[in-house]
Write a protein of this length. Sequence first.
Length: 279
Amino acid sequence: MKQLYYVFLGIFFVAQASAQVAITSNSVEGKANYFTTEHSTLYYESYGSGAPLLILHGNGGSTKSMYRLLPDLIPEYEVIAIDSPCHGQSSCNEELLSFEFIAEEIGKFIDELGYEKMKIWGHSDGGIVALMLGYTIPEKIDRMLVSGANTRLDTSALIPEIVEMIHRYDEIAIPEMRIQVKLMAEQNPIPDSKIKEISVPTTLMVGDRDAVRMEHTLELFSLIPHSNLCVLPGTSHFLENPGYIVTQLKQLNQPFRSPSTLDIVEQLSKQVFLEPEHP
């Protein structure tokens, strides 16, 4: 059983890495730069010249995570992708590393960019950070796409096998990966009260075979006042269908719609039902 566990552990994190390594060639011309804070030096890349779209990658990812999407996104976005602390080419301060720290550093980066408002796509760990930004600096965010994000580390939010693997981060041989997975293992739960404070129009996206339970994404959908829900068919946590993602990202440039079936039916009922006759 233990040997089977290690095989499962290896497959999970190799799959996590493969999702990034598969995107190594980038033919789109862009700019690379560094942003420095008191505690971090963060590497980022930018492409295109449209509405600003900030991409926050998942655990083990980097700016390379969005390369395959660039040709479809740069016609209408300035795509900005940043390596989180302890990821990619950004610096690593392990003692300070937490989701709260990452959100604070990314918030400083957003201030430095100077845009009145930005659109954000955050996936997995990046989605957790996006949710935090949604209630800490909502005035800086126009719209958000949050995919595969969890607000707590337990089996009500994630499938049990993933929770078990994350808690055994100290058995991971690769130091960088061990630090990254430790970040997930030490996640502080985000209270529902904070999620309810998110006023930014948000699309919550989850794969129908995700590591994040669909029920948990539904919880977030019920908590965020201005939110829409998108379930991707035949999709795991590693987003095998980039076309689905591009479609949702392009929707961020459209007016946010949250129609009510009940309101529509009530309007139609006024046209099809006879008014009661009064004596």
